[in-house]
Design a protein around this ligand. Structure first.
Ligand code: HSE
Length: 316
């Protein structure tokens, strides 16, 4: 194999009830990554990064999420001094958006290189190297964007330390509206505002929400899912970073969303809905509420993406 091109989807992490341990993939937007063999050098080089606002993204391999993920993968395979890999990163989603942009580049790169090398590893076993790549972006080791991006669906992480991940059932009618307001929040900064401690009372409420959310997925009980989508810990601390948060959330719920909260570290907000039609209407209501605050936004409506990273083309 000489060249592999993949699509790596955006993801919604936390999902209101599972900070750092829950996430799901959506269909669009996403990044495209090209991995190509080179005989001119050994190791990894980033030969192109394209997309709006990408000038600030580093091309040094150790500072780039995709570059670092591939470097660690090659080291694991013992190939870093034998194989030369060129990476092209085509960013087709905003970064600092809460859509898992850095995770998508890292996940896309590891899948593309694994295919290029004849698939020595399974998709699941790419997770560790991909999280090491994403860690470059925000300094913390969590797989709630990377896992659903790699393998698709809704994923639960029992432990970020051991990367014990599990697929959760996806209710067939579930759709999501994701609204990205034109505000930039870096995950590193959004993590810095969080308190280290949680009261027992708050922990009990959050455990109830998380357990009920998972029960609702297993039983396809959307009214229970709706009652469960309450974030008692993170949302109250982060919502002030998002202009218009309360009005946008209220607009989504009023228009019929099952629940609405912050996507990942924000500023994007997501609303889960019982149909694609409703998700479109809810998304438009959320955009109108942002607009009232003078904030422009983009809307993405999608079912849950069950496939994760997809190979678009290969060249022998
Ligand atoms: N769980 C992470 C956070 C997702 O909310 O900080 C963003 O990378």
């Amino acid at each position: 194999m000489q060249e592999v091109r993949v699509f790596a989807p955006a993801t919604v992490a936390n999902v209101a009830v599972g900070f750092d341990i829950l996430g799901f993939a959506i269909q669009r937007p996403g990044d495209e990554i090209v991995a190509r063999r080179s005989t001119a050098f050994a190791g990894v080089r980033i030969t192109a990064i394209t997309g709006t606002g990408t000038k600030s993204l580093p091309t040094e391999v150790e500072h780039n999420t995709a570059g670092m993920a591939v470097l660690r993968l090659l080291e694991h395979l013992g190939l870093q001094h034998e194989v030369g890999i060129e990476l092209e990163i085509h960013k087709k989603m905003p970064f600092g958006s809460g859509l898992g942009s850095s995770a998508a580049s890292a996940a896309g790169a590891t899948v593309a290189v694994n295919v290029l090398l004849g698939e020595p590893l399974t998709r699941e076993s790419l997770l560790y190297f991909t999280v090491l790549g994403e860690e470059v972006a925000d300094g913390s080791f969590h797989a709630d964007n990377v896992a659903p991006c790699l393998v698709g669906g809704i994923t639960l992480i029992r432990s970020n330390e051991s990367l014990d991940i599990h697929h959760l059932p996806v209710p067939p009618s579930l759709h999501v509206a994701v609204v990205h307001p034109e505000i930039e929040i870096l995950t590193r900064d959004a993590r810095a505002v969080l308190s280290d401690s949680v009261s027992l009372k708050t922990a009990i409420r959050q455990l109830g929400s998380l357990a009920s959310f998972i029960t609702a997925l297993y039983t396809n009980d959307l009214p229970l899912l709706s009652r469960s989508l309450q974030d008692h810990i993170i949302e109250p601390q982060r919502k002030t970073l998002i202009t218009g948060f309360d009005a946008v959330q209220a607009a989504a719920l009023e228009r019929g969303a099952l629940g609405c909260s912050i996507s990942g570290a924000g500023p994007s907000m997501f609303a889960l809905c019982d149909s694609g039609y409703l998700a479109q209407a809810v998304g438009q209501a959320m955009q109108a509420a942002f607009q009232q605050e003078g904030v422009d936004s983009q809307l993405y409506v999608s079912p849950i993406n069950q496939r994760g990273v997809e190979v678009l083309s290969t060249t022998e």
